[in-house]
Design a protein around this ligand. Structure first.
Ligand code: PAF
Length: 297
C-alpha cells in the first residue's frame, strides 16, 4: 500500500491493486469502521464532490474508485476521449476528506477473458429502454464493474447520482431483487440529487469537452426541462404532448439534437400516460458531445 504525499495527502491513500484495497478494507472492518463507497470514472466535478462529502459524513471511511471502465463503452472513440486527470481528482478528493482512492488499470481490474466476454445480466427489462437501447451492453458493463467494486470493498453504503437515473434504477434492482441479493450484506444504495451549475446545466465530466459556446448552447437542455414542468400543468397537456414539445423545443436550438426524450414511470422505466411518479429522461448531442439530463414531474 502506497501513501501519496505529493498531493499533500498525508491522510488519503491511493491504491492501485485489488489486493491492497482488500487489505485496507479488511483492516478498517476489523476496527469496526463503517465504509462508504463512491464509484466514479474520474474527471471529477462538484457533482462527484457532493457524493463524496455525503459518504465522508455518513461513514467512518470513504473509498472512492476512479476507473474508466472499458466494458461499459460500446463506442471506442467515446472511451478514448473520456477525460482523465488522476492528479486533479486526487487533489480534490483529499481536500474533501476521502480516505482511500482505488485507481486500478483495466488489466488489474479484469482478466483478459473478462475484458472480452459479454456479460448478460437480467435487469427485468430496465436495460431495454433509453440508454440501454442506444448503448447496447452498456449496463452489463456498469453492473460488471459495480458488482466487482461492491465485492472488493464490501461497503455499508454506496453513493450514486440521480443524473444517471436509469443506472441507479438498475443498481437498485441488482442489489435488491436480482439473484445477487444477499451477496452484498446490508448494503444500502444512496441516491444523490443532480448537481447543477447556477445556469441550470447538469454537471457532467463530459462538460469538459464542450467549448464555451457549446456550453452556452447546452443550457437549452435544462431550460427546456424546467419549462416542461409548467407545460405539464397546462389545461389539456398530456404526457405525449409534453414529450413532443420538449423534443421540438430542444431540436429548434441550433447545435442541439435530441437522441431521445422519454417520460417514464420512475420505478419501471416504462412509458407512462400520467405525470404521477414520472420522470423525463433526455439525451442530447451538443456538437459531438452526448449529454444526459432528467427531470421529475
Ligand atoms: O456513473 C459512472 O460514473 C459509472 O457508470 C460508474 C457507476 C462509476 C461505473 O463505472
Amino acid at each position: 500500500m502506497k501513501k501519496y504525499t505529493h498531493f499533500n495527502t498525508s491522510y488519503m491513500q491511493i491504491l492501485t491493486t485489488k489486493k491492497d484495497l482488500q487489505q485496507a478494507v479488511q483492516h478498517c472492518k476489523q476496527e469496526g469502521k463503517t465504509i462508504g463507497l463512491v464509484p466514479t470514472m474520474g474527471a471529477l466535478h462538484q457533482g462527484h464532490a457532493s457524493l463524496v462529502r455525503r459518504a465522508v459524513e455518513d461513514n467512518d471511511i470513504c473509498v472512492v474508485s476512479v476507473f474508466v471502465n472499458p466494458t461499459q463503452f460500446n463506442n471506442k472513440e467515446d472511451l478514448a476521449k473520456y477525460p482523465r486527470n488522476i492528479e486533479r481528482d486526487a487533489a480534490l478528493l483529499s481536500s474533501i476528506g476521502a480516505h482511500y482512492v482505488f485507481a486500478p488499470t483495466p488489466e488489474e481490474m479484469y482478466s483478459a477473458e473478462e475484458m472480452n466476454t459479454t456479460f448478460a445480466f437480467d435487469f427485468a427489462g430496465l436495460d431495454k429502454v433509453m440508454e440501454g437501447k442506444m448503448r447496447p451492453g452498456h449496463f452489463n458493463g456498469v453492473v460488471q464493474v459495480v458488482s466487482r467494486l461492491f465485492y472488493l470493498v464490501q461497503p455499508d453504503k454506496a453513493y450514486f447520482g440521480e443524473k444517471d437515473f436509469q443506472q441507479l434504477a438498475i443498481i437498485h434492482h441488482m442489489v435488491e431483487r436480482s439473484s445477487m441479493a444477499g451477496t452484498f450484506g446490508n448494503l444500502q444504495i444512496i441516491d444523490c440529487p443532480i448537481v447543477r451549475e447556477d445556469s441550470g446545466l447538469a454537471l457532467s465530466s463530459r462538460n469538459e469537452r464542450l467549448s464555451a459556446a457549446e456550453k452556452e448552447t447546452a443550457l437549452g437542455i435544462s431550460k427546456t426541462l424546467f419549462a416542461s414542468l409548467e407545460w405539464a400543468k397546462e389545461a389539456g397537456a398530456t404526457v405525449a404532448s409534453v414529450q413532443q414539445r420538449v423534443i421540438d423545443t430542444i431540436n429548434a436550438i441550433e447545435g442541439l439534437e435530441v437522441e431521445y426524450y422519454e417520460i417514464v414511470d420512475r420505478t419501471t422505466l416504462l412509458p407512462t400516460d400520467t405525470f404521477d411518479h414520472a420522470i423525463g429522461c433526455v439525451t442530447v448531442y451538443c456538437g459531438p458531445v452526448r449529454l444526459i439530463d432528467n427531470i421529475k414531474y
